[in-house]
Design a protein around this ligand. Structure first.
Ligand code: EPS
Length: 362
């Protein structure tokens, strides 16, 4: 299997399967001198992890990270940073039936068609378990972006099924298991998720992320546009079916007079563009939102075929997420940070001598 690496100058390669002995990543191209410790990964890994609330998969991994290389006396050395997490709570017998068939709506079928062999245990390489290492790499990127440029990357759930936030407060987001920006709605979401779980079904979600403090100039037209790379990064997350930058698909029904972000010497009057013009950051917050499909591993029986080419009924048992979008909030954040860090380094490499150009309005 190829294409397990991501980024041009800040490169992340992940490896490992959901029920294999370990998962890991190698981060190459990190500038030297960034202070980082194993402890610093804990917070974001916990935010993404399974088994931290009743609304997610109940698999319990400790997600203890081991820094194998690239860090000396608490600082990055500029050499590859290798990170490893051992899998400790695999329950492969849940996948006994699935090994012989294909879950409708799952990568089971396409992996089989492509490779002619697959590791069905926990979804193998197609499992959301892989996203653990994206979040780990994102910790490094977020820290470097914050220290070097003052960039702050945050995300929240912006839709769960049909439910949308009525109010908005960043302070609420980290105070509930849904990363939801309106604390008053949390009991409603709990009820919604409890009923969904009982029904054995799953539901989709939307995650919105913002990076504040991104300077103008990041992004490489034509084929390395910042929004193009963001779209690819977000689409590479398991279960993602749509990505919007700024107003995204709402722009279809807008007029130019409405969509354009008018400029004055004190800044932009709006941010319909999501902080990117012509594939280059404008200096406004970079805003991206991501659609997650309802997961296919559900208890509702569905039609499929088995390896013998016979029609079968599939029911997926095990410890699955009724809404994988909830845990995806830190993953979207991480992917945004990874793309920005890669582009920050790419911008420095080609245009580092350009310096600050006037007028600078945001
Ligand atoms: C997943 C199925 C479940 C989740 C897993 C993602 O795995 P299992 O059936 O082995 O419990 O727990 O998520 C993680 C382990 C994780 O760390 O994100 C899937 O099918 O994608």
């Amino acid at each position: 299997m190829s294409s397990n690496s991501f980024g041009k100058l800040f490169t992340v390669t992940t490896f490992g399967e959901s029920h294999g002995p370990a998962i890991g990543c190698v981060i190459d191209g990190c500038p030297p001198g960034l202070p980082i410790s194993a402890e610093e990964f804990r917070h974001d890994l916990e935010r993404r992890a399974t088994g931290r609330s009743r609304h997610t998969s109940q698999r319990r991994e400790s997600d203890e990270i081991d820094i194998l290389s690239g860090v000396y006396e608490g600082r990055t050395t500029g050499t590859p940073i290798a990170l490893l997490i051992r899998n400790t709570d695999q329950r492969s017998k849940d996948y006994g039936d699935i090994a012989q068939t294909f879950r409708p709506g799952h990568a089971d079928y396409t992996y089989w068609q492509k490779y002619g062999i697959r590791d069905p245990r926990g979804g193998g390489r197609s499992s959301a378990r892989e996203t653990t290492m994206r979040v780990a790499a994102g910790v490094v990127a977020k820290k470097w972006l914050a220290e070097r440029y003052g960039v702050r990357v945050r995300a929240h759930l912006s839709q769960l099924g049909e439910v949308t936030p009525r109010g908005f407060d960043w302070a609420a987001v980290e105070q509930n298991p849904f990363f939801w920006p309106d604390a008053a709605q949390v009991p409603e979401l709990e009820k919604y998720m409890d009923a969904l779980r009982k029904s054995g079904d799953s539901v989709g979600a939307r995650v919105s992320a913002v990076a504040e403090g991104v300077p103008p100039g990041w992004g490489e037209p034509i084929y390395g546009k910042l929004d193009g790379d963001l779209a690819a990064a977000m689409m590479s997350i398991n279960a993602v079916k749509g990505v919007e930058i700024g107003d995204g698909f709402a722009a279809v029904a807008q007029h130019g007079s409405e969509h354009r972000d008018e400029m004055g010497l004190d800044g932009f009057a709006s941010n319909h563009a999501g902080g990117i013009l012509g594939g280059i950051s404008s200096g406004q917050p970079v805003a991206v939102s991501v659609a997650f499909k309802p997961t296919s591993s559900i208890l509702i029986p569905g039609h499929s075929v088995n390896l013998a080419g016979e029609p079968v009924e599939v029911v997926t048992k095990g410890r699955h997420d009724p809404c994988v979008g909830i845990r995806a909030t830190p993953i979207v954040e991480a992917m945004l940070a990874l793309v920005l860090m890669d582009h920050a380094l790419r911008h420095r490499a080609q245009c580092g001598d350009v310096g600050e150009v006037q007028p600078r309005i945001a």
